[in-house]
Design a protein around this ligand. Structure first.
Ligand SMILES: Cc1cc2nc3c(=O)[nH]c(=O)nc-3n(C[C@H](O)[C@H](O)[C@H](O)COP(=O)(O)OP(=O)(O)OC[C@H]3O[C@@H](n4cnc5c(N)ncnc54)[C@H](O)[C@@H]3O)c2cc1C
Length: 86
C-alpha cells in the first residue's frame, strides 16, 4: 500500500479485524497466561526488514519508526518447562 501511494495511486485499505496489520501484528495473545506480554503471531523474523531497502525507501523513521532490538529475541512460555533466554 505504501509503495502504491508513493507511486501516486489512490489506495483504500479495508480491514476486517479490530487490529490492523494482518499476519504481522503484535498482540497480547495470551492475556490469561501472560498478561501484558505482546507476541508477533506470524512474522517473527522482523529483523529481516533491515536486509532490504524498505526502511529507507519509505522513510519509516520520519513517520515514527523506532526499531527495538529485542533481548531476549525469543520467549516461549510453556507450562512445566524452565524459562530459557535465547
Ligand atoms: C506463520 C507465518 C509466519 C511468518 N513469518 C514471517 C517472518 O518471520 N518474517 C516475515 O517477514 N514474514 C513472515 N510471514 C509472512 C508475512 O506475515 C506476510 O508476508 C505478510 O503478513 C503479508 O502481508 P499482507 O498485507 O499481504 O497480508 P496479511 O498480513 O495476511 O493481511 C491481510 C489482511 O486482510 C484482512 N482481510 C482478509 N479478508 C478481508 C476482507 N474480506 N475484508 C477486509 N479485510 C480482510 C485480514 O484480516 C488481514 O489483516 C509469515 C507468515 C505466516 C503465515
Amino acid at each position: 500500500m505504501a509503495y502504491l501511494l508513493k507511486a501516486g495511486y489512490r489506495v483504500l485499505l479495508l480491514e476486517k479485524n479490530a487490529i490492523a496489520g494482518g499476519a504481522s501484528t503484535t498482540e497480547e495473545a495470551m492475556p490469561q497466561q501472560a498478561p501484558g506480554f505482546k507476541f508477533n503471531l506470524c512474522a517473527i523474523d522482523h529483523i529481516f526488514i533491515h536486509l532490504g531497502p524498505v526502511v529507507e525507501e519509505l522513510e519509516l523513521a520520519k513517520y515514527g519508526l523506532k526499531y527495538l532490538f529485542c533481548d531476549p529475541v525469543l520467549f516461549c512460555p510453556h507450562p512445566g518447562l524452565p524459562v530459557q533466554k535465547i
